[in-house]
Write a new protein. Structure first.
Length: 183
């Protein structure tokens, strides 16, 4: 039997604000970063740092998926042509599933194993985003001209996820060291 968890108003506020910040920053800065570098890492960094913070903040199933759903809706409102963001929606689901399976308390444990598991979940989820974006939304000619095609493109997303995971760990550890607790 599945027990439905609920979010209090503070958790819903944190989820909503985090998702909107991710979407707006990505919609405004993401295209510039992509045009300058052609590296698909910025959205991964923003997303995983956000997901790590929300996971720590709420420790409840569904929080990461809610962040992804809200961020996707806001992205479509701000930039209707950004359908590639659906790859990050998938990444949020993968992140949620992995952290739920691994156990929130284990992943959020203040030790190397916990942070390693969080980085693993970050990597796997953003690689999934890269695969979805590469298959459904990228120009096949661009992927063919990249060093390793889809695998290279997905790996770059994974790199962005690891960087975002490290940022998330730093943010969470900073909050924990100051005695701040999640909701």
């Amino acid at each position: 039997m599945v027990k439905l968890m609920y979010f209090n108003t503070r958790q819903l506020s944190a989820i909503s604000i985090s998702a909107v910040l991710w979407a707006v920053i990505n919609a405004l800065v993401g295209p510039m970063f992509w045009n300058m570098t052609h590296l698909p890492v910025l959205c991964d960094m923003l997303g995983v740092a956000t997901l790590s913070l929300i996971l720590w903040w709420t420790r409840k199933p569904g929080a990461s998926v809610m962040v992804g759903a809200i961020a996707t809706l806001v992205t479509f409102m701000v930039s209707p042509g950004s359908v590639q963001f659906l790859g990050f929606t998938v990444a949020c689901i993968v992140f949620e599933v992995f952290t739920l399976i691994l156990g929130y308390e284990r992943v959020l444990g203040n030790n190397l194993l916990g942070w390693g598991l969080l980085l693993f979940a970050s990597f796997i989820s953003t690689v999934a985003a890269g695969v979805v974006i590469g298959i459904f939304f990228m120009n096949p000619g661009f992927l063919a001209s990249a060093f390793g095609g889809l695998a290279f493109f997905a790996g770059l997303h994974g790199l962005g996820g690891v960087i975002g995971g490290v940022l998330g760990v730093v943010i969470v550890k900073s909050l924990m060291s100051r005695g701040i607790q999640g909701f």
